[in-house]
Design a protein around this ligand. Structure first.
Ligand SMILES: Cc1cc2nc3c(=O)[nH]c(=O)nc-3n(C[C@H](O)[C@H](O)[C@H](O)COP(=O)(O)OP(=O)(O)OC[C@H]3O[C@@H](n4cnc5c(N)ncnc54)[C@H](O)[C@@H]3O)c2cc1C
Length: 455
C-alpha cells in the first residue's frame, strides 16, 4: 500500500490544494476519473461562458434596429465556434497537470473507499492521514439514451444540430438556450412550471421571463410524454397546458439539475455520512463524520458554484497546511446568470424574507439615471435592494440588465468590508458609468428606511 500525506479525490477546484500542498513539500496523491480541472473549465462555467461571447455579438447584430441600425448576419461559422471551444477544452488537462510539482502523483481512475483512510484506485490501495473528497456532481441522466446533457456539448464531438429542444428552467438550461438560439440553431425551451429562473427574486424572475420570451421559443407548463428517435431527429409528444402537441428537433438536451457523485465512492465502507440526496455531511471546518476526511465544493451539495468551491479549497488549504483554526462561514454568496438579459444576485430574495418573517424594506429602481444605461435603449434593467431597516444592513441585492454580474461587485465589496447601505449611497461614482445606476437605487432604499423608522 502506498502512503501519502494527503489524498485528494477529484481534481476540480481541489487541484489548487494539490498544487499548494506539493509546494509545501507534502506527498500528495490526486485521483481523477475524467479530465484534470473538473467541471468548471472542462464542461461548465468556462466553456459555457465562451459560448455566451458569440451569442452576445449575434444578439447585438440582430437587435441593432433598436439603435436605428439596419444590420444583418451573413453567416455564423458554427464549425469554427465549436472548434475554438473544443480546442480550449482540449488544453485544460495538460495545463492542470503542468501545475503540479514532483511531490504530486496523479492517478487517473475512479477512487473508492476501502475504509476511512484507505482509498482504492485502479486496483491499487493508497492511504493518508488526511483525505479530501472533492468529487463534485454530474448531470441528472436524461430518459432517452440519445438525449444530451451539458457534458455532451463540452466538447461537442457530434454533428452540430440545426434544431435543439432544451428541457429545464435553471441557469444552465437558460444559458445554453440563449446561445443556441442566438447563433441561429432553431431552439425550443421546455419548462414544466410557469417560471424560468424560479429561484431568483420574484420581480427579477418575472422581468426575465417577459424579456427572455421575446426572443426565445419557450413552452411553459410543458412536459414530455413520449420520446421517439427516428435516426435523424427526435419526435416528441408534449403535454402542454393539458393538451397534447408534437414537436421535432435534431437534438434534445436535458438540463434538469445535477446530482452527487458520492455513489462511486463506496462510502458504506466508511463512517462518512451523506444526506438524503447523497451529498456528504461536514462541519464548519469541512471535516466529514470520519476524522481526518474532508469534503469541499459541490460534493457537499451546499453552494454548487465555482467561486464557492474555490474559496472553500483555499480555506481548507490554510487549515491543513498552516494550522489555521477559524471555521468558514460565508457572509454572502453571490451568483449570476449569463443570459440576455443578464441577472446577478446576492443574499435574500423578497419571497424568502417574507417566508422567514424577516424585517426588511425594499425598493426596485430602474437604471435610467445612468447615461450609459440609457444608451443601451433597454427599458427593463432594474436593481432591487432589500435592507434591514434596524441596522441598514444589505440583506439582498438583485439586478437584471447588461453587465449585472460586473455591477454587482460594487455591492459585494460593501457587503464584504462594511455592510451598510449608506456606503453605497455616499460613495463617489464615475459619471455617467453604468454603475451610476446603483446610486438612485441606494438613495431610494435609504429613503424607504427613513419612512419605515418614522412610522
Ligand atoms: C454548464 C455549467 C455551467 C456552469 N456555470 C457556472 C458559472 O457560471 N459560475 C459558477 O460559479 N459555477 C458554474 N457551474 C458550476 C461549477 O462548475 C461547479 O460549481 C464547480 O465546478 C465545482 O467544483 P468542484 O471542484 O466541487 O467539482 P468538479 O469541478 O465537478 O470536480 C469534481 C471532480 O471529481 C471527479 N470525480 C468524481 N467522482 C470521482 C471518483 N470517485 N474518483 C475520482 N474522481 C472523481 C470528477 O470527474 C470531477 O473532475 C457550472 C456548471 C455547469 C455544469
Amino acid at each position: 500500500m502506498k502512503t501519502y500525506d494527503l489524498i485528494i479525490i477529484g481534481a476540480g477546484r481541489a487541484s489548487n490544494l494539490a498544487v499548494t500542498a506539493g509546494k509545501n513539500g507534502k506527498k500528495v496523491a490526486i485521483i481523477e476519473k475524467s479530465t484534470l480541472g473538473g467541471t468548471c473549465p472542462n464542461r461548465g462555467c468556462v466553456p459555457s461562458k465562451l459560448l455566451i461571447g458569440y451569442a452576445h455579438v449575434a444578439r447585438a447584430i440582430k437587435e441593432s434596429k433598436r439603435h436605428f441600425i439596419n444590420a444583418t448576419i451573413n453567416k455564423i461559422d458554427l464549425e469554427k465556434i465549436f472548434e475554438e471551444t473544443n480546442n480550449y477544452i482540449s488544453k485544460i488537462d495538460p495545463r492542470y497537470a503542468s501545475r503540479f510539482n514532483e511531490n504530486v502523483e496523479i492517478f487517473k481512475g475512479t477512487a473508492s473507499f476501502v475504509s476511512n483512510h484507505i482509498v482504492k484506485v485502479n486496483n491499487q490501495e493508497l492511504t493518508a492521514p488526511r483525505i479530501v473528497i472533492a468529487t463534485g456532481t454530474k448531470p441528472i441522466k436524461p430518459p432517452h439514451e440519445k438525449a444530451w446533457t451539458s457534458d455532451d456539448i463540452f466538447p461537442l464531438n457530434k454533428k452540430i444540430p440545426s434544431s435543439i429542444t432544451i428541457v429545464g428552467s435553471g441557469f444552465i438550461a437558460c444559458e445554453l438556450a440563449n446561445f443556441f438560439d442566438a447563433v441561429g440553431i432553431k431552439t425550443k425551451l421546455l419548462v414544466r412550471s410557469e417560471k424560468v429562473l424560479g429561484n431568483e427574486d420574484i420581480d427579477i424572475s418575472n422581468i426575465f421571463k417577459e424579456e427572455f420570451s421575446k426572443t426565445l421559443d419557450i413552452s411553459f407548463k410543458t412536459t414530455i410524454k413520449d420520446i421517439q428517435h427516428d435516426g435523424k431527429q427526435f419526435n416528441l409528444t408534449l403535454n402542454n397546458n393539458e393538451s397534447t402537441i408534437t414537436h421535432s428537433s435534431e437534438a434534445l438536451l436535458y438540463a434538469i439539475g445535477r446530482e452527487s457523485n458520492s455513489d462511486s465512492l463506496n462510502l458504506q465502507n466508511t463512517s462518512i455520512q451523506t444526506n438524503e440526496r447523497g451529498y456528504i455531511k461536514r462541519d464548519e471546518f469541512f471535516e466529514t463524520t470520519a476524522k481526518g476526511v474532508y469534503v469541499v465544493g459541490d460534493a457537499s451539495g451546499e453552494h454548487m458554484l465555482q467561486h464557492a468551491a474555490a474559496y472553500e479549497v483555499n480555506h481548507l488549504s490554510k487549515i491543513l497546511l498552516n494550522g489555521y483554526d477559524k471555521p468558514l462561514t460565508f457572509k454572502y454568496m453571490p451568483h449570476a446568470v449569463f443570459t440576455e438579459p443578464e441577472v446577478a444576485s446576492v443574499g435574500i430574495t423578497e419571497q424568502k424574507a417574507k417566508e422567514k418573517n424577516i424585517k426588511y424594506v425594499s425598493t426596485t429602481t430602474n437604471w435610467l439615471a445612468s447615461a450609459k444605461a440609457i444608451s443601451t435603449r433597454l427599458k427593463y434593467p432594474v436593481t432591487k435592494i432589500i435592507v434591514d431597516p434596524t441596522n441598514n444592513e444589505i440583506l439582498g441585492c438583485h439586478m437584471i440588465g447588461p453587465e449585472s454580474s460586473t455591477m454587482m461587485h460594487q455591492v459585494l465589496a460593501i457587503i464584504h468590508i462594511d455592510n451598510n447601505i449608506n456606503n453605497l449611497k455616499e460613495m463617489l461614482y464615475i459619471h455617467p458609468a453604468l454603475s451610476e445606476a446603483l446610486l438612485p437605487a441606494a438613495v431610494s432604499v435609504v429613503k424607504e428606511i427613513e419612512n419605515y423608522n418614522n412610522k
